[in-house]
Design a protein around this ligand. Structure first.
Ligand code: AMP
Length: 122
């Protein structure tokens, strides 16, 4: 399976320092920053620094170091923003057209700070 990565996507530009971001955490392989248009009181995006289009791309092709670093960073972010341990959160990733992914660089949304409602509209 091949994945076409667009190096001009907005998160690639954030990673290159071309666009500012409100960083929550930076590690060797991962960056976490506040969503510019928050959908909840807590809305942080966690992205790998590597050029991965989507969750499935990252899961299939990232190194073990990258995968561990990413998930440890997610856990650290949840603690830093006070959702876990705590009242909890929702982690969402959109992939491709059906998932309505807007930015083609893998990102996990961490949402919390209120009761979030049902998973999806039916
Ligand atoms: P998705 O629809 O899953 O691809 O989500 C993309 C997310 O990126 C949306 O929640 C946007 O609000 C967010 N976003 C877009 N541009 C920026 C930016 N420059 N800084 C932070 N978040 C952004």
């Amino acid at each position: 399976m091949t994945y076409a990565y667009d190096p001009q996507n907005i998160f690639a530009r954030i990673l290159r320092g071309e666009i500012p971001n409100r960083t929550v955490l930076e590690t060797d392989h991962t960056l976490a920053f506040h969503d510019i248009n928050p959908a909840a009181p807590v809305h942080v995006l966690v992205i790998p620094k590597g050029a991965y289009v989507s969750f499935d791309h990252f899961a299939a092709k990232a190194s073990a170091d990258e995968i561990v670093d990413f998930h440890r960073a997610c856990a650290q972010v949840c603690e830093m923003v006070g959702v876990a341990p705590g009242d909890g959160f929702r982690a969402i990733t959109n992939s491709g057209k059906s998932g309505m992914q807007e930015v083609p660089h893998y990102h996990l949304h961490i949402l919390g700070g209120k009761v979030l409602g049902p998973l999806i509209a039916r």
